[in-house]
Design a protein around this ligand. Structure first.
Ligand code: GAL
Length: 371
């Protein structure tokens, strides 16, 4: 377990020891105490971003006069199903769901539709069900392209050294549809460099299903990195870069590399990007270890979800919807169902723009970053 995970698990233990109202989420009475109740479900409390997301949505909705039942599912599918069942029973007016396994909620989504509860798929697309009303997320394919571009920029692939650049590739959780966009975007950027021989993948492991990391588990990625290093990187074969779809994976890959001597004179750390702009990664970027990350502003995503809930309940027109990018595998009237989506923009963060993109925008404070 990495340090961040340990801290969050410890924090969770403290919450669970707290009075019942806290342990049960932030529910304000089954019916919302007279206010319309909104159900918000996040996959886990043990990752920095979902805490931020959950709290941003909760605070935003409360400001508009809603009551919020916010639940975190401990990355456990039965727990998530239960939480949603309870929310439907408690009469929530809208469900905002960031799933663990996007395809596992079919029954709950059907029940929500039958009860007239609109469903917003939050950040991760709910799959294989027509009972999903909206999707709020980032342009995940573009995020993937940014992951690839980080390697192109950092490793100067357009101005290549004589020797091929050795890369290893990591992908996200296979049960999370976002992993598909991230991978496809990154591969579309990197493929020409692989084809021309500028980039070499010594392990030969390229398929998304082979390089995937179930539940985005950084410890699992670290083990895979250790195995790759011991199997394919002996003698003069040096790892130059890593495609990473998620900051904790980047950090644990760097740990695996340090453990076999990378980061010492003559053997620099491989260049790695990431995603989510977590505090530990921004600190690593400032130390010159992780090279970059992709910032997806959870405050903006939370605000988009809040506005959507409010518009749905007020019967207002929802504008700016993308109606072509996200088919979710279901069919309606014999046609693929494309979930109407609101897609936000993401930003590459390196040492050069941390101040502007992260600190000036208040995403992380100087104190959080230890500055
Ligand atoms: C993805 C999300 C990423 C990252 C990852 C692990 O679905 O889009 O930003 O947070 O899950 O939690």
């Amino acid at each position: 377990m990495n340090v961040l995970k340990k801290f969050l698990v410890a924090a969770l233990a403290v919450c669970m020891a707290a009075p019942a109202v806290f342990a049960n989420g932030d529910q304000e009475g089954g019916s919302g105490g007279g206010k319309p109740l909104i159900g918000v479900v996040m996959p886990t409390r043990s990752e920095e971003r979902w805490n931020k997301d959950g709290n941003a949505v909760k605070e935003g909705l409360e400001k508009l006069g809603y009551a919020v039942d916010l639940q975190f599912s401990d990355d456990d599918i039965p727990t998530q199903l239960n939480q949603i069942d309870n929310m439907i029973t408690n009469g929530v007016k809208v469900l905002v769901i960031a799933s663990i396994d996007g395809s596992s909620l079919g029954t709950q989504l059907k029940n929500a539709r039958a009860a007239g509860i609109p469903v917003i798929s939050y950040d991760r697309l709910l799959m294989q069900s027509p009972n999903v009303d909206y999707y709020v997320s980032f342009d995940n394919y573009k995020v993937g392209r940014q992951m690839g571009q980080i390697l192109v920029n950092g490793l100067k692939l357009d101005n290549p050294p004589k020797k091929p650049v050795n890369l290893e590739l990591f992908a996200g959780s296979p049960d999370d549809n976002n992993s598909v966009g991230f991978y496809q975007g990154a591969i579309d950027v990197l493929q020409p460099y692989m084809n021309s021989g500028v980039v070499h993948i010594p392990s030969g492991q390229i398929e998304r299903t082979i390089i995937g990391t179930l539940r985005w588990d950084a410890a699992e990625a670290q083990k895979r990195m250790e195995n790759l290093l011991s199997r394919y990187y002996s003698g003069n074969v040096i790892l130059d870069g890593i495609l990473s779809p998620y900051d904790p994976i980047s950090l644990s890959c760097l740990e695996a590399c340090k453990a076999v001597g990378y980061g010492t004179a003559g053997k620099p750390l491989p260049l790695v990007g990431g995603q989510d702009c977590i505090v530990a990664s921004v600190k690593s970027i400032l130390r010159g270890e992780q090279y970059a990350t992709v910032l997806k502003d959870t405050r903006a995503l939370g605000a988009a979800a809040v506005e959507l809930v409010d518009k749905i309940l007020k019967g207002q027109t929802i504008t700016g919807l993308d109606t072509t990018s996200y088919p979710n595998g279901a069919t309606v009237n014999g046609r693929p169902y494309v979930v109407p989506s609101l897609l936000l923009d993401s930003v590459i963060v390196t040492k050069d723009n941390v101040q502007k993109a992260v600190i000036d925008t208040g995403y992380h404070t100087r104190a959080e970053l230890g500055l």
